[in-house]
Design a protein around this ligand. Structure first.
Ligand code: HMG
Ligand code: MG
Length: 287
């Protein structure tokens, strides 16, 4: 069976929406524990406006303090050149621009239309290329939007294609509010696969309605080999009310093991990392 790449987004997508104040120490220890579990791709920072997402305001400090063993790659969100500059200074290995297949979500999340967002990403990609940094692209609301409802598969595929043409090496098709089912996710992926190969696609599925694991299995059937998940199932999105966490990394690794796929991740140590962050959240002061 194939090796599946897991991108651990807990330290970013998982924590960004938490109402409690999470210390930099806790964020760094979470990353250390994830590394001890064998996680190699970690989205640990987000260089966005601290007014929009206060929880991520210490991203530069987190990146300064996390360990840097060989083989571990750190990712960070960078919506614009200001974010990219901060990410470069912080020494991340890969950055990510985040667009949307829904106009309404694009406005709420990054304060511009889809077309404007793609224009803003262009210089980010050009500068990242000059600096030798890989860029990931997200397509939020690839299946459904909290404001617009169902999203046409072709609309998601169109944004994915544009990001790919701009130079994103991997496009994370995101079920932001967890409404996707194997049927709707496969329809969306089939539209994407008309334009770009499965090797350039990743699945980023929130688990609001408990169908993320089934969506991952269906996506593997469509040829995908990269999935995002969040330790302890942490997360949500500040601009998608009611969206719960990403699919839990522990559940993904366990299910993939059952299916005979290798992730390189030690499930026992991953569960310990999950217990650590759950306890830290329960005992942290409210913001
Ligand atoms: P804006 O207000 O349109 O931007 O926000 P602006 O260029 O007019 O700047 C306004 C202020 O923000 C200025 O500060 C800038 O300096 C500052 P002021 O002069 O008012 O003091 N600013 C920044 N500060 C730090 N870092 C930056 C930065 N850029 C501007 N990079 C902007 C536009 C994109 C900045 C804003 O809308 C924003 O930060 N949005 C963040 C949204 C976000 O982080 N959402 C959550 C992550 S996306 C997600 O979770 C979905 C995903 O998981 C996939 C899925 O599940 O769907 C990826
Ligand atoms: Mg997300």
């Amino acid at each position: 069976m194939a090796r599946i790449k897991i991108v651990e987004v807990g330290p970013r997508d998982g924590l960004q929406n938490e109402k409690v104040l999470i210390s930099t120490d806790t964020k760094v220890e979470l990353v250390e524990r994830l590394i001890a579990a064998g996680v190699t791709h970690i989205e640990a920072a987000s260089f966005v406006s601290p007014r929009w997402v206060p929880q991520m305001a210490d991203s530069a400090e987190v990146m300064r303090r996390v360990p840097r063993p060989a083989g571990v790659r750190y990712l960070a969100l960078t919506p614009n050149l200001q974010g990219l500059d901060a990410a470069l200074a912080a020494g991340v290995h890969e950055v990510a621009v985040f667009g949307s297949a829904s106009e309404a979500f694009s406005r709420r999340n990054i304060n511009c239309s889809i077309a404007e967002s793609l224009e803003r990403f262009r210089p980010v990609l050009a500068r990242a290329r000059d600096e030798g940094l890989k860029v990931r692209g997200y397509v939020s609301c690839a299946v459904a939007c909290p404001y617009e409802g169902a999203i046409a598969p072709e609309a998601a595929a169109e944004v994915a294609l544009r990001l790919h043409q701009m130079g994103c090496h991997e496009i994370a098709m995101s079920d932001t509010i967890g409404r996707g089912t194997p049927g709707t996710v496969c329809a969306m992926l089939a539209a994407c696969l008309k334009h770009l190969p499965a090797a350039h696609l990743a699945g980023h599925y929130h688990d609001t309605f408990g169908s993320a694991l089934a969506n991952i299995e269906a996506s593997i059937g469509m040829g995908l080999g990269t999935f995002d998940s969040s330790v302890a199932g942490l997360g949500g999105c500040p601009y998608a009310e009611g969206a719960t966490g990403n699919v839990a990394s522990e559940a993904v690794v366990a299910r993939l093991q059952e299916l005979g796929h290798d992730t390189g991740i030690d499930l026992t140590r991953l569960r310990e990392a999950g217990a650590f962050i759950r306890h830290a959240l329960l005992t942290a002061p409210r913001r």
